[in-house]
Write a protein that binds this ligand. Structure first.
Ligand SMILES: [Zn+2]
Ligand SMILES: [Zn+2]
Length: 599
């Protein structure tokens, strides 16, 4: 029998040769045609690689090797997205510095990747927790701050009861924490926010110029959720204020039979004296405050609400008096915090109207059955009925005509809206990039000058978050107390740190020039290498990492730092690898396949 191929002997030998001769080293010869292949750098967790990692790496390794053979100068790098909660939690439990935990985990990952024989250029390895790296993450934050795109705000946030941190909407899955699975509740906290909403239009437009799999483009657009419609003012009987709503369908105004306000709407407290069923209102509010946005909007199958006894609105197009309700499916953070309900043509409004016995008026013709029997939502086109001066018009014509009408009468105007919210950018934890800002009683929030970067993480005794939800850094008074760069008076450093998404929002730029200590990367390197030619990664990062990194990149383009508007020319996203039991692969489910065994 022929001798079997001896994996260990043959591969170890050649991997050593590749290492010694730096066979996959990227050249700095910018005269050659370039090819930049990128895979999502891993979070070096304590569990080591699982087969979900090699899948995308292998695919692009094949592409990278082929391009090298075709004469391209290929950049195929690897690094570590190493700040974050699991490392910090491990450090707390085992009393080891998170830096040491990270080093150990990186060592393990690197060994595993080596054994798989990938052609990464290890001379360009980056690690988001290196001071020389996060100096530039902080530098980008300063740019955002100075451009007015980073601000502090008291706001209701999604609060993980176990991790004790605020989460972005994108990190809440079915009302639970994406990381740990614990319950997420709403809590008001002062948080750093990034104004990604200001880039909503640019993030949509940018998709036209790139080659992404269609599903990714569609999810990005849906997440941004741009809609065009109108803002309309409804008079409130015997009250000075008007109740303003945003609607994508102003043409259906004649079908409005009630209105709904968010339980947090400021009018409720303002007109407390007028509300006869105040106790019911308070009890309902209390219940709503315990639910996440997701539970309130997506999960709520059974509609709940309380009619405000003492509140009557007037339909501006026909003078009809209509009741006003509060219900938790209306969020204060979307639109105006109040909606007009057109139960004939909206499923949620229809269910609500049926449950609470409110009238249902058909205003777009074509329902196969009486709208009192079933909702009719196929109304993207169609002809208006029961709508006075709009009767007989098409939906598009009616939209235009009613918007003109509202504008002329001074009771409304055309308006564009987005579902996208600003990005909650602070975490009350230790293992993240310090936010390079101080607070001075006289000057407010003041950015550190660039010359003071990097602002290094100080050594602390304990990495435990404090009981009141403050970062462990808050206990480091020597570090916290500083002087104001603006007036020289006493000031306090920001003790929140950045979320894990920070370091991964620009890492692809650093690979082009990883050792540069003067700039995040040289102009020459960026001009030559960017954009990434092919980025391959997971579908689960479509609305998080991909959107965030496109936002930072587009901002850096506007600031003249990078040469192209979009970071990734081509993006492919694959699904998740499931375990043999058909469930998501994870250590806790005991269905992980370790690549070491396969190798
Ligand atoms: Zn959690
Ligand atoms: Zn000052």
């Amino acid at each position: 029998m022929a001798e079997l191929y001896n994996h260990h002997e043959v591969e170890t030998k050649w991997q050593k040769v590749w290492d010694d001769e730096k066979a996959f080293k990227t050249s700095d010869d910018f005269s050659k045609p370039k090819y930049y292949a990128l895979v999502e750098f891993p979070y070096p967790s304590g569990q080591g690689l699982h087969v979900g990692h090699p899948r995308p790496y292998t695919a692009l390794d094949i592409v990278a090797r082929k391009r090298r053979m075709q004469g391209y100068n290929v950049l195929y790098p690897m690094g570590w997205d190493a700040f974050g909660l699991p490392t910090e939690n491990f450090a707390i439990q085992n009393h080891i510095h998170p830096k040491v935990v990270t080093e150990n985990n990186v060592g393990r990952f690197k060994g595993q990747l080596h054994s798989l024989g990938y052609s990464f250029d290890w001379d360009r390895e980056v690690n988001t927790t290196d001071v020389g790296y996060y100096k530039w993450t902080q530098w980008i934050f300063l740019k955002l701050f100075n451009a007015g795109l980073a601000y502090k705000s008291e706001m209701p946030i999604n609060w993980c009861t176990s991790c004790k941190v605020g989460l972005a909407n994108e990190e809440v899955v079915n009302g639970t924490c994406e990381r740990c699975g614990a319950e997420v509740v709403r809590k008001v906290k002062s948080q750093w926010m990034l104004k990604i909403t200001e880039y909503a239009d640019k993030l949509i437009e940018g998709l036209d110029s790139v080659d992404y799999v269609e599903r990714v483009k569609v999810s990005q657009k849906n997440w941004i959720g741009k809609s065009t419609g109108a803002e309309v003012d409804f008079e409130l009987k015997d009250k000075e204020d008007k109740l303003t709503v945003y609607t994508t369908r102003p043409d259906t105004l004649f079908g409005v039979t009630y209105m709904v306000m968010s339980p947090e709407h400021p009018f409720i407290d303002k007109y407390k004296e007028d509300i006869k069923n105040w106790d019911d209102v308070i009890a309902y509010r209390e219940m709503a405050s315990k639910k996440s946005d997701f539970e309130r909007t997506e999960l709520a199958k059974d509609k709940t609400g309380v009619m405000l006894d003492g509140f009557t609105a007037i339909n501006p197009v026909n003078g009809t008096e209509i009741p006003v309700w509060i219900s938790d499916y209306v969020l204060m953070t979307y639109g105006t915090g109040a909606i007009m309900a057109v139960p004939a043509h909206d499923e949620r409004d229809w269910e609500f109207a049926k449950k609470f016995n409110m009238p249902i008026i058909e205003v777009v013709a074509g329902s196969p059955v009486d709208v009192n029997e079933a909702v009719f939502t196929d109304v993207a086109t169609g002809t208006l009925v029961n709508s006075d001066f709009l009767n007989g018009l098409s939906v598009a014509e009616a939209k235009e005509k009613i918007t003109e009408f509202l504008t002329e009468k001074g009771i409304g105007h055309a308006k564009t809206n987005f579902k996208l919210r600003d990005w909650v950018f602070s975490r009350q934890r230790y293992w993240g990039e310090p936010i390079p800002v101080v607070h001075c009683d006289k000057c407010g929030y003041v950015a550190l000058p660039e010359s003071e970067l990097p602002l290094e993480l100080p050594e602390v005794e304990s990495y435990m978050p404090t009981d009141n939800g403050e970062s462990p850094l808050a206990k480091m008074t020597d570090w916290v107390n500083t002087t104001c760069p603006c007036c020289g008076g006493p000031a306090k450093r920001e003790t929140d740190t950045m979320p894990q998404w920070a370091g991964s929002s620009w890492y692809f730029l650093r690979y082009t020039d990883p050792l540069n200590d003067k700039e995040l990367a040289s102009k020459e390197a960026l001009n030559y290498w960017m954009p990434v030619d092919w980025y391959n990664g997971g579908m689960e990062h479509t609305t998080l990492h991909l959107l965030y990194s496109r936002f930072w990149h587009r901002f850096l383009y506007d600031e003249g730092v990078v040469p192209c508007k979009e970071p990734y020319q081509k993006r492919t996203s694959h699904g998740m690898i499931l375990g043999s039991n058909g469930e998501k692969m994870s250590k806790s489910r005991g269905n992980v396949v370790n690549p070491d065994d396969i190798v």
